[in-house]
Design a protein around this ligand. Structure first.
Ligand SMILES: Cc1cc2nc3c(=O)[nH]c(=O)nc-3n(C[C@H](O)[C@H](O)[C@H](O)COP(=O)(O)OP(=O)(O)OC[C@H]3O[C@@H](n4cnc5c(N)ncnc54)[C@H](O)[C@@H]3O)c2cc1C
Length: 511
């Protein structure tokens, strides 16, 4: 399965090369001359009536975390902050600033953000808003296996950092990006609506795609994308960015195909309470999937528990006390014993690799803190892997879950999405610098080339983990334990894994 994605990547690699000519000034002026300088509106005749239709440089369809990150990034750069941007999303959080009360328990929808994402947020000025709300940096992480054969403890000191990541509620990340955007000069218009159809001018005529019909008609209106919204409004844009999530309408309307599969697993998420504050991210691999206990600040943690859909429905409907018992069972002694610390002892076969041993190499296994109470409702999510075969075509680019959805076991989904958003904004700035039409496919393919490879690598690694831990088979269990012990005791490998998961290194084995 991983090969399917990797094969498609190499097949696409040729097509991803950007013709140099495009970036010559001659080509750039050719490209830009086909696009009118962006007026704020154009006149459209409709059954004899003339109405104003707004025109934008960029229309961001989907103002979730990733769409808002793109808007903030555009607002932060000298070349892009002059752009005229439309943000289309009916989510009420975009209209009225959500009041986040410190005394409320954390929302169960959280994200583990990597140091690389934190740096991107700092660059655009959004991190200071995250720091005003509840968040939890963690400097240690323990991953182990229910068989009791192996464990790995990671420590931020292994890579000379203070934290491995930070767990933040999604609503806090979203609110931080919105607050940041509101303090910029970006010319933005928020449409509290949903995209229903899109017409893209591809050559001398445009193809009209309607979500409610399969008919294709030809228009001869300008060389821009035309969007129709659920409230009846229309707008034009040089570039339409689909940041509208895993069921992306932009992806469907633009005709991007996807590769992927559903996992025979659902995730239950919820907030739980302990008697003490938790500072470590814990993850235990169980026969039916991993369970993660992530610190979220104060005495709260977040649970992401993956299991078969049948088990998930049963556990979702358990009464609260039974669910808490099942949680402690899954996080501690249930299914198998604790792994022994220092399984390999002194003088093991890996000792020559230790050299400048990572500081956590000799740290012993610890049991996670007990859950005493459920602090939120439980939510259940089906899990899947989905990857758009293309991220860009003329006038359209996909970012975030619209381009890729990934199993949550490594907490990478939105981090990849933020990487897309910032990469796309840089490519847009590059296009503006040389006078290129920002909806030109050869420019947008540059964004695709940069992000596709990074996303596919992460998806392949995470999918490989998911599959390796889906099988309960003696010899494979021993191999997995060897992998855990390798990661625990081989310092360079351990450092590589941490750097990769932090978003600071491309791929552990290729660097
Ligand atoms: C259980 C679970 C745990 C996870 N944990 C982590 C983690 O720890 N770390 C991590 O990095 N990732 C994690 N993820 C993944 C992460 O939640 C997603 O990657 C992220 O939410 C994607 O953000 P997005 O902005 O791309 O899409 P979304 O959050 O889906 O936002 C899409 C937006 O588009 C809008 N929209 C949809 N259709 C339309 C339309 N037609 N017109 C206009 N607007 C539209 C929606 O209203 C929404 O606001 C987890 C996922 C799950 C399921």
């Amino acid at each position: 399965m991983n090969r399917t994605i990797l094969r498609r990547l190499s097949a696409n690699a040729h097509a991803l090369r950007i013709p140099r000519k495009l970036f010559s000034s001659e080509a750039a002026s050719e490209a830009s001359s086909s696009i009118p300088a962006c007026p704020s509106h154009v006149h459209e005749e409709n059954r004899g009536l003339t109405k104003d239709v707004q025109q934008y440089d960029v229309a961001i369809v989907g103002g979730g975390m990733v769409g808002m990150a793109l808007a903030c990034s555009l607002a932060s750069m000298p070349l892009t902050k002059q752009l005229n941007v439309a943000i289309i999303d009916s989510n009420p959080a975009l209209q009225s600033k959500l009041l986040i009360k410190k005394e409320d328990p954390p929302d169960p929808r959280v994200s583990t953000v990597t140091p690389a994402t934190i740096n991107l947020f700092k660059d655009v000025g959004a991190w200071e808003y995250v720091l005003q709300h509840r968040h939890a940096f963690f400097d240690a992480m323990q991953v182990w296996d229910y068989t009791g054969l192996g464990y790995t403890r990671y420590d931020a000191r292994d890579i000379g950092k203070e934290a491995l990541g930070c767990v933040v509620e999604n609503k806090v990340l979203h609110h931080a990006l919105l607050s940041c955007l509101q303090n910029t000069e970006l010319h933005k218009t928020i449409y509290p609506s949903r995209l229903t159809s899109m017409a893209i001018h591809r050559s001398s005529s445009s193809t009209h795609v309607d979500s409610t019909s399969t008919t294709t008609t030809l228009h001869s209106r300008g060389n821009l994308a035309k969007l129709e919204l659920s409230d009846g409004s229309n707008l034009y844009a040089k570039l339409v960015v689909g940041s509208d999530g895993g069921k992306s309408h932009v992806r469907e309307l633009a005709g991007f195909k996807t590769t992927g599969w559903s996992y025979p697993q659902n995730a239950i998420i919820c907030t739980v309470e302990h008697t003490l504050e938790n500072h470590c991210a814990w993850q235990r691999f169980l026969p039916s999937g991993p369970i993660a206990l992530l610190p979220v600040g104060d005495n709260y943690s977040n649970i992401v528990w993956t299991m078969s859909p049948k088990e998930a429905s049963e556990r979702n409907s358990m009464d609260e006390d039974d669910f808490v018992k099942a949680l402690n069972h899954a996080l501690d002694y249930g299914y198998g014993p604790h792994p022994k610390s220092s399984l390999l002892g002194d003088g093991d076969m890996f000792s020559w690799l230790r050299g400048d041993a990572a500081s956590s190499t000799k740290e012993s296994f610890e049991a996670p803190p007990k859950v005493v109470k459920l602090a939120s409702a439980r939510m259940m999510f089906p899990l899947s892997l989905k990857h758009a075969n293309d991220y860009a075509s003329k006038r359209v680019a996909l970012i975030g879950d619209a381009a890729h959805t990934i199993h949550p076991l490594a907490g990478q989904g939105v981090n990849l999405g933020f990487g897309d958003a910032f990469a796309l904004s840089r490519v847009i700035a590059e296009g503006i610098a040389v006078g290129t039409d920002i909806g030109e496919v050869s420019l947008l393919k540059k964004y695709e080339a940069e992000r596709k490879q990074a996303n596919i690598m992460m998806m392949a690694v995470v999918d490989g983990f998911q599959k390796a831990y889906s099988i309960d088979f003696g010899p494979l269990n021993v191999l997995r334990a060897a992998a855990f012990n390798g990661a625990q005791y081989i310092s360079p490998l351990k450092r590589s894994i941490i750097s990769y998961a932090s978003g600071e290194q491309k791929f552990p084995l290729f660097s």
